[in-house]
Design a protein around this ligand. Structure first.
Ligand SMILES: C[S@@+](CC[C@H](N)C(=O)[O-])C[C@H]1O[C@@H](n2cnc3c(N)ncnc32)[C@H](O)[C@@H]1O
Length: 364
């Protein structure tokens, strides 16, 4: 028997990239549901009572509860309904792994912040590529943002119950994130400890290491629900010297756009995001488990798809997405896309690669 579910799209999802919001969430849903649940799910866009929605039809191979939870986590889901036999909508309450208040993601505003809905999309996509993808729902997925800025990805991961790792070369960003997290944890009366120390490897000073441990209260702490956040203030290309090989399930990064500030590199400022990618890709591959996945947000104006694909291939990573698969215009200088990549020896490479072709399908 086929089950049909409707996921309403939040009106605010339209704020930044108006016309692209629909195709973007459709592509997200097809990748995430396809990767988690297999070919028994078909997704299409629909309008209901003037509201934008996704309609999802699932066959009997699909676990109802998992489908609802994943739909609830999609970056712009506003509400879920089961479509009954007579076409009437019955509200659905999906269980959600989100553990902490929403303002952890939304309250901080600054120039250069990656939009939080788009960040949720990147996290969902990277996690779905991992053979350990169910860890997104039970807090065990290990996630790294190797260019974390002021921590939008880290905050999303914390809300999901994960213990993420971030790195950024800009000391001001790392310090601003520490200040934000400290204030947030204090204001919300969380049990927490935050410490920072110099990050030194074989006598060489690479930057700083900040560790935060947090739990909403003592009971959560006692129940083993404490989480850690690690922020490394160093060059992303040096992370291989700090973190264990093959220890990460999902890498999420919003690459420097190469427009306003330029990208920082080892010996001073560089303007080319491609240069940063070439320097860092090998390190990212070595940190990623063979069954892991990467979601990279890129500016098509300053990072050509084929050049990025080649840089990743040289590091042993296969790009799964076609050029423009998640294309949307952010502003005049940013024409954004998402590249999904996995290690070239990923055990599900073929199944995942097939999901790119699925994007073209328009079910009736
Ligand atoms: C587009 S921003 C990411 C913004 C972040 N997602 C946020 O919401 O705050 C790109 C980040 O890459 C960082 N970056 C550039 N080159 C780097 C490098 N070599 N190592 C580590 N971080 C780097 C920049 O400092 C910047 O914070």
């Amino acid at each position: 028997m086929t089950r049909a579910v409707l996921a309403l799209r939040a009106p605010s999802a339209n704020r930044v990239y108006t016309a692209a919001a629909g195709p973007l969430v459709l592509a997200e849903a097809r990748w995430v549901l396809g990767a988690h649940l297999g070919p028994g799910v078909v997704v299409r866009e629909r309008t209901v009572g003037g509201m934008h929605a996704l309609e999802v039809r699932a066959d009997e191979t699909v676990d109802d509860e998992r489908l609802d939870t994943l739909l609830g986590l999609l970056s712009s889901t506003y509400g879920l309904f089961e479509i009954a036999g007579d076409g009437l909508l019955r509200p659905l309450v999906a269980s959600s792994p989100l553990r902490h208040p929403e303002d952890l993601e939304t309250i901080l505003k600054y120039p250069g912040k990656t939009n939080e809905q788009f960040t949720a999309l990147l996290v969902n996509l990277a996690a779905s590529l991992s053979t350990r993808r169910s860890g997104l729902l039970d807090g065990t997925l290990s996630l790294l943002d190797p260019m974390c800025g002021r921590g939008t990805t880290l905050n999303r991961a914390v809300r999901l119950g994960l213990s993420p790792i971030g790195a950024d070369i800009d000391r001001k960003d790392v310090e601003a994130y520490r200040t934000f997290l400290t204030t947030w944890l204090r204001t919300h009366r969380y049990k927490h400890q935050i410490s920072s120390a110099s990050l030194t490897v074989r006598g060489e000073h690479l930057g700083t290491r900040t560790l935060a441990e947090l739990a909403p209260d003592k009971a959560a702490q006692r129940a083993g629900l404490a989480q850690q956040v690690t922020v490394l203030g160093c060059d992303t290309a040096r992370l291989g010297e700090v973190l264990a090989d093959r220890s990460v399930d999902a890498i999420v990064a919003d690459l420097p756009y190469g427009v306003q500030h330029g990208a920082h590199g080892g010996g001073g400022m560089q303007r080319s995001p491609l240069e940063v990618l070439r320097r860092a890709a090998g390190t990212w591959r070595s940190l990623l488990r063979d069954g892991g996945g990467i979601a990279l947000a890129v500016n098509r104006h300053t990072l050509d798809h084929d050049a990025a694909r080649e840089a990743l291939a040289a590091a042993g990573l296969t790009v799964l997405t076609s050029d423009g698969a998640f294309r949307h215009r952010v502003d005049q200088s940013i024409d954004r896309d998402v590249l999904l990549a996995v290690p070239s020896n990923h055990p599900r490479l073929e199944q995942l690669a097939a999901l790119d072709a699925l994007q073209e399908e328009t079910p009736t």
